[in-house]
Design a binder for this molecule. Structure first.
Ligand SMILES: [Zn+2]
Length: 302
């Protein structure tokens, strides 16, 4: 039985039909716009439309259970979605409403957990026991996979390193706290740091390019990323002690995160004299989200 995986993002909804015998490549992949500005019911109907399109395109009928990855998490007690940056979904019974719209059971998981699961099972982290998958981009999310299973946690927040506090940082975060990792090393945070130094509004890849050309403020921005990433991820390593950390998201594209100086910046805060944890680039690209979502159903039925 093929699995259906949906990645419900802020701007687009991606879907894939995945054959469990070859879970790292899709039978069929399609996308539609999320259209969050048109409200909650519209988003739900877009998911239903996409699943209908996947059925027609692949010739595979929808299975009894569909896996959906989305920012945020279902609160285990109240059953409503929380912590999503697609704010029209927060406070809603997203799983039940999707199940009703699709006529199937729905397994819902945090999108960073789907990313971590896919990369740990079939991507950069395969053959490692304990893998942390990070989304380091517009926001900072993460998931923990142990022996091929995602750790959800009592509150559904396992792996959420992005809202740990950073020493000496006070910038207000959308979550209501101050000095969260996300306010320091997310893409927008780093771009904001460069803007404060120079008055120039540049995207992170351009800043990295200018650093290579000797721009002092750009170099200071990357030094800040390296030092703060080291401090932030060491806090995670001290608790979980993973074999590998896979770094997705736009900031994760920067070469410097995989170099020796960054390892030294991490080791400075790790409770050990050496650091053997691997820092890896994701290998599934954009597909990790939909594959991870499909595996929410495939792995439990196989
Ligand atoms: Zn926060």
């Amino acid at each position: 039985m093929s699995g259906f995986g949906i990645d419900l993002g802020g701007t687009k909804i991606e879907g894939a039909v995945v054959d469990p015998a070859r879970p790292d490549c899709a039978v069929c992949r399609l996308r539609v716009p999320t259209g969050s500005a048109r409200g909650y019911s519209h988003v739900i109907s877009q998911v239903a439309r996409l699943v209908g399109m996947l059925e027609r395109e692949s010739g595979v009928k929808r299975p009894a259970s569909i896996g959906i990855g989305t920012p945020g998490v279902i609160d285990p007690v109240s059953g409503v979605l929380k912590n999503s940056n697609s704010t029209c979904l927060n406070g809603r019974r997203v799983r039940e409403d999707l199940a009703a719209a699709l006529g199937t059971e729905v397994r819902l998981a945090n999108d960073a957990n789907c990313f971590a699961l896919a990369e740990a099972r079939f991507g950069a982290g395969r053959h490692r026991r304990v893998v942390i998958g990070l989304i380091l981009g517009t926001g900072c999310g993460g998931g923990v996979v142990v022996d091929g299973r995602v750790l959800d946690g009592l509150h559904g927040i396992a792996g959420e390193w992005g809202h740990n506090p950073m020493r000496g940082e006070r910038t207000p975060c959308y979550c209501g706290r101050r000095g969260c990792v996300e306010t320091v090393i997310s893409g927008p945070a780093l771009e904001g740091f460069y803007r404060e130094l120079t008055g120039r509004r540049l995207r992170l890849p351009e800043i990295a390019g200018r650093a290579a050309a000797g721009d002092g403020a750009a170099r200071a921005t990357l030094r800040r990323l390296r030092a703060k990433f080291g401090e932030a991820i060491a806090a995670v390593i001290n608790i979980v002690d993973p074999d590998a950390v896979v770094i997705g998201g736009g900031v994760g594209n920067l070469e410097l995160l995989y170099g020796g100086e960054t390892r030294e910046a991490v080791l400075r805060h790790v409770f050990n004299t050496e650091l053997r944890t691997e820092f890896l680039r994701p290998t599934l690209g954009d597909s990790a989200g939909v594959f991870g979502a499909a595996m929410l159903t495939v792995s439990s039925s196989s």
